[in-house]
Write a protein that binds this ligand. Structure first.
Ligand code: CU
Length: 217
């Protein structure tokens, strides 16, 4: 009778202990697609992840494994770098094109597979080829393991803030021109908060303004 108990406990332990130690697997789909964007009284097509710039925020806990399937639907070669993530024995998931991997060609896909070990906080991901990072970027929020607090009081609200830049012209044209001439690339037309320049010159488009919605409990 007692042996059965021990056996049952061992079975439960074998199932749940690895879950506690290793964490969950988090799946994300990144569809790299073109999208029309209106900013600073001008419209242009930009490269995005899932039609948004900044793209989706990744959420994971320390110890989790992150799987991101990137499908390339644009005419450019693409790769994504997980900025600040320690790639322990997963160098092929780091992202720099022609260094850690061959870029993902148009019509192709690639699954980034890495485990987050020994780090927490907010990092970011971005394209790591050409100048696609101008619009292909987003945040990675790494929460502590369940039951482990941050070393500061729990905030009332949390908001991801990504600072970027906006060029009215196509960013690939900007970098190509600079490489051809040998001169510095044209400076951007505006800085952005979460992809929005703000109503700086005039407010042609509602997309110029970033609006944060808070629910304070
Ligand atoms: Cu980076």
């Amino acid at each position: 009778m007692e042996a059965n108990w021990i056996r049952a406990l061992m079975v439960v332990g074998f199932i749940f202990f690895p879950l506690l130690v290793q964490g969950r697997v988090r799946h994300y789909n990144f569809n790299v697609v073109m999208k029309k964007a209106n900013r600073l009284c001008a419209t242009k097509s930009i490269v995005t992840v899932n039609g948004h710039s900044p793209g989706p925020t990744l959420y994971a806990r320390e110890g989790d494994t992150v799987l991101v399937r990137v499908v390339n639907h644009v005419k450019y070669n693409v790769s994504i770098h997980w900025h600040g993530i320690r790639q322990l024995r997963t160098g092929w998931a780091d992202g720099p094109a022609y260094i850690a991997q061959c870029p993902i060609q148009p019509g192709q896909n690639y699954v980034y597979n890495f485990t987050i070990t020994g780090q927490r906080g907010t990092l970011f991901w971005h394209a790591h080829i050409l100048w696609l990072r101008a619009t292909v970027h987003g945040a990675i929020v790494i929460l502590p393991k369940r039951g482990v607090p941050y070393p500061f009081p729990k905030p009332d609200v949390e908001q991801v803030v990504i600072l970027g830049e906006w060029w009215k012209s196509d960013t690939e044209a900007v970098i190509n021109e600079a490489l051809k001439s040998g001169l510095a690339p044209n400076v951007s037309d505006a800085h952005t908060i979460n992809g929005h320049p703000g109503p700086i010159s005039s407010s042609c488009h509602t997309q110029d303004v970033f609006v944060a919605v808070y629910e304070i409990k």
